[in-house]
Design a protein. Structure first.
Length: 278
C-alpha cells in the first residue's frame, strides 16, 4: 500500500493529492481544516456523560428508521457473527436528538456537511475523465437533500478481560457510504488493511480529520477508488479507559444511481441486512 497522504485543506493541490491518496489507499488525512478542535473536545464531553447515564435507554434505536441508541454489542462486521465491543448513537437530520446533548453536535454536523460537499467536489473535479463519466451526476450533488447522512457517536467501553477472545472494538469492515469523515478518536486503535494483508495504524492528531472511501464511491467509480478494509483493535495498554469516536457517514440521496446494479437506497438496504441492523 502506498503512503496515506496528509493534505492541507487550504492548499491549491487539495483535490490532486486527495484523489491520489484515495485511489492508492482509500484513505487520506486532512490538516488545517475549518472545524474547531475545542468544539470537538466539548462534544466528546457531552457524549461521555450521555453514555454514562441511564437516559440513553430512552432513545433505543428504531429497527426500520435506524436512528437512536444502539446498546452494547448490537452490530457485527459484514460476514462475521461476532458482535463489536461498542455502543453507539445515530443522529440523522430527521431523527431523535437527545435533550441531554447540547446544540454543539448539530453545529458539528453542519460543518461536516459543508466539508463533505467541498471534498466531493474536489474528488469529482480531479477524477480522470473516464472515471468521471461513470458518475450518474456530479459527486457533490449526490448528497443534496440526502436523508441518510449520519453522525455515529461511538463509545467503546473499558475492557474487563471477560470478552470473547475473538471480539474486538470494531471488526474488519468497509463503510457503506460515499465517504466518511472522522475526527480523531479519544484513544488510538484505528487500523487499515494493506495490500499485503498486514495491518497499518492510522495515526491521527487531534488537529486532523481522516477521510476514507466508502462502498458507494467504489461502486460508482467502477472500483477506481477502493473502499479499504479497516478496524478498531483492543488496546494492549490502558484497557480500563473508554474510547470515543465520531464518524460522519456521507450518503448519496436514495434515488441516486450508483451503477447498473444499484441505487443508493437498494445498496444501503442490502448492506444493513448483512451487518445485522435490519
Amino acid at each position: 500500500m502506498s503512503e496515506i497522504l496528509t493534505i492541507d485543506y487550504q492548499s491549491s493541490e487539495l483535490g490532486l493529492k486527495l484523489t491520489q491518496s484515495l485511489k492508492n489507499t482509500g484513505f487520506a488525512v486532512i490538516k488545517n481544516h475549518p472545524i474547531d478542535k475545542m468544539l470537538i473536545s466539548s462534544i466528546y464531553d457531552d457524549w461521555k456523560s450521555f453514555f454514562n447515564s441511564n437516559s440513553k435507554n430512552n432513545y433505543l434505536f428504531h429497527k426500520v428508521k435506524q436512528d437512536g441508541y444502539f446498546p452494547f454489542m448490537s452490530e457485527n462486521a459484514k460476514g462475521s457473527k461476532i458482535k463489536d465491543l461498542k455502543e453507539f448513537y445515530h443522529i440523522y437530520d430527521w431523527g431523535r436528538y437527545p435533550i441531554e446533548i447540547s446544540d454543539k453536535t448539530s453545529i458539528l454536523i453542519k460543518e461536516f456537511k459543508n466539508m463533505a460537499k467541498h471534498l466531493l467536489s474536489e474528488i469529482n473535479l480531479n477524477s480522470p475523465l473516464d472515471i468521471k463519466s461513470k458518475f450518474s451526476i456530479p459527486l457533490d450533488t449526490m448528497i443534496d437533500k440526502s436523508a441518510q447522512n449520519l453522525l455515529r457517536v461511538i463509545h467503546y467501553p473499558p475492557l474487563n478481560n471477560n470478552e470473547n477472545l475473538e471480539s474486538i472494538r470494531a471488526g474488519a469492515h468497509e463503510d457503506i457510504n460515499l465517504i466518511t469523515l472522522l475526527v480523531a478518536g479519544s484513544q488510538p486503535g484505528l487500523q487499515v488493511l494493506k495490500k499485503d494483508n498486514t495491518w497499518m495504524d492510522v495515526s491521527t492528531s487531534k488537529d486532523y480529520i481522516v477521510i476514507n472511501v466508502g462502498d458507494m464511491l467504489q461502486e460508482c467509480s467502477g472500483g477506481y477508488y477502493p473502499s479499504t478494509t479497516h478496524r478498531v483493535i483492543n488496546p494492549s495498554q490502558n484497557k480500563d479507559i473508554s474510547r470515543y469516536s465520531m464518524p460522519f457517514f456521507v450518503h448519496a440521496r436514495d434515488d441516486v444511481v450508483l451503477s447498473k446494479k444499484y441505487t443508493a437506497k437498494s445498496y444501503l438496504e442490502e448492506r444493513l441486512r448483512e451487518i445485522g441492523l435490519k
